[in-house]
Design a protein around this ligand. Structure first.
Ligand SMILES: [Zn+2]
Ligand SMILES: [Zn+2]
Length: 136
């Protein structure tokens, strides 16, 4: 019984480390792939479950992607995300003005949190794709 608890702790540590060790906001599947070598007995379902628990606990942050798979972020500070449709990478960025300040005060909305995922083509992909500047 003691052992089960230790295995669970170990699993969780590896999952946190996998999210922290990636700057690309990994999916549950990518976390699973990256820790499988160290923990061959772990299942994808276990990774999913632990990622859910950790994001509920506020240890990591879950980013829901419309029409896509959830991504996980170790950076809990306020920031927003840009999803590149070409390479699939999720980039961090900071809005020039906090979004909540753009909500008209007359709405009376009291904002608790929000999630913003902007989609398009990242700078690297735009630079790599010919015709992006209208030359085609
Ligand atoms: Zn890209
Ligand atoms: Zn992020």
């Amino acid at each position: 019984m003691m052992k089960t608890g230790m295995v669970k702790t170990k699993q969780r540590e590896l999952i946190i480390a996998a999210v922290q060790g990636s700057r690309t906001h990994p999916t549950a599947d990518e976390v699973f792939q990256s820790i499988r070598a160290q923990l061959p007995t772990i299942s994808l379902a276990t990774v999913y479950r632990n990622l859910g628990i950790l994001s509920e606990q506020g240890v990591i942050r879950k980013i829901e992607i419309p029409d896509g798979r959830d991504r996980f972020d170790c950076c809990l500070a306020d920031h927003d995300h840009f999803l590149c449709r070409s390479c699939g990478r999720l980039w961090d960025f900071q809005l020039a003005h906090p979004l909540v300040e753009l909500i008209p005060p007359e709405t009376g909305f009291q904002v608790q949190d929000y999630a913003l995922v902007v989609r398009g083509t990242c700078r690297e992909c735009a630079a790599a794709s010919p015709g992006a500047e209208g030359s085609s």
